[in-house]
Design a protein around this ligand. Structure first.
Ligand code: P6P
Length: 340
């Protein structure tokens, strides 16, 4: 019998932390509870992906023109179903859907929140058994309750997020989230089917020795990024350089490692992606909220990610995030060499 008497489950934690939000009536708690349910359903499918016919391409392409893997579609469908079932979500913006998904039932029209998500980020890694993840961001709607949500509810600055998090389906499955009072990590215990508090009050190191960037795009990088990469590679005992290069190609996995160990993740503008590759509303905003809540930073090379007013739900931005001292050093190079 596994001893669980001192373990706090996600649901116990959510309810306990409800008091962080005076006047809360449990809407966000119920919404987060349903996120946990969907995460367990997707986790079960991800773990079996190699065994059942759920691998391989779904035949369609998502709005990004990327081949949709079946697990992408599975994750998108099950998160949407769980959000609708919660009764606390009015509409969803998803990487897998060009337009927002508006729930039109009476309960949803009166719901307080809208939800942005990348239901399965890093999906190109699915069939090579590399960690993938779900990333989500929750806003209180700005349109009046009692009517359907609109696109206006989704084009809010990241500073307006009420909650954000990610699920990493890796060697273990973890859910990491914030509601603006610190960052907490929960590890799924498959023996009881519960996310259990394993990483309370995560704080990311101010400095690190890991840099994560796809150096295959080096030729197209801004001069300041090229100079920063060379800075990471130079020998300097005092600042523990040369740093270590680690790049998994799955944002959730690269970010999570750097969050815990210290480091910087960079996806700058390239010729192929002149505005960067990562999407503001459902990748950069939630990751930035977590980074800042853990004592780190997240910018587009110039300003805080969280201060950017989105002009579309699939808008891309350059992304620099992680240990504060490393992000600041990168910005020094960008300001000097690129006049950013
Ligand atoms: P590249 C995965 O497709 C993703 O959206 C992120 O998870 C990841 O950080 C990035 O793209 C990897 O992009 O161009 O290096 O393969």
């Amino acid at each position: 019998m596994t001893e669980h008497n001192n373990v706090q489950t996600l649901n116990q934690f959510i309810i306990e932390r409800q008091s962080d939000h005076p006047g809360a009536k449990g809407e966000l708690s119920r919404l987060l509870h349903h996120v946990g349910i969907a995460a367990k359903i997707v986790n079960r499918a991800v773990n079996k992906a190699g065994l059942v016919d759920i691998l391989g391409e779904h035949g369609d392409q998502n709005v990004q023109g990327e081949d949709q893997q079946k697990l992408d579609v599975f994750a998108d469908t099950h998160f949407i179903d769980a959000l609708k079932a919660s009764g606390e979500c009015a509409a969803v913006a998803s990487e897998e859907n060009e337009d927002i998904i508006i729930f039109e039932d009476e309960m949803a029209k009166n719901a307080k929140y809208v939800f942005c998500m990348d239901p399965l980020d890093g999906s190109s890694n699915i069939d090579v058994n590399v960690s993938i993840g779900t990333i989500f961001s929750i806003f209180e709607r700005v349109t009046p309750r009692g009517q359907v949500a609109t696109m206006e509810d989704f084009l809010q600055e990241g500073t307006k997020q009420v909650a954000a998090g990610y699920v990493i389906y890796g060697s273990s499955t973890m859910l990491v989230y914030t509601t603006g009072n610190g960052v907490n990590g929960f590890t799924l215990d498959p023996s009881i089917g519960e996310f259990c508090l394993s990483h309370p009050n995560i704080k990311t190191p101010k400095s690190g020795t890991i840099y994560s960037i796809n150096e295959g795009n080096y030729i197209n990088f801004p001069q300041g990024v090229k100079k920063y990469i060379k800075y990471c590679q130079e020998k300097d005992a005092r600042s523990k350089r040369p740093f270590t290069s680690r790049y998994i190609g799955s944002l959730v996995a690269d970010f999570h490692r750097n969050l815990l160990k210290g480091g910087i993740f960079i996806y700058p503008q390239t010729n192929k992606n002149p505005d960067g590759k990562l999407r503001l509303t459902y990748e950069c905003n939630p990751v930035a909220f977590i980074a800042e809540q853990a004592g780190g930073m997240a910018t587009n090379g110039d300003i805080r990610i969280l201060e950017i007013k989105p002009d579309s739900i699939h808008q891309r931005v350059p992304f620099y995030t992680g240990s504060t001292n490393m992000v600041k050093k990168t910005e020094e190079f960008l300001h000097f060499f690129n006049n950013i």
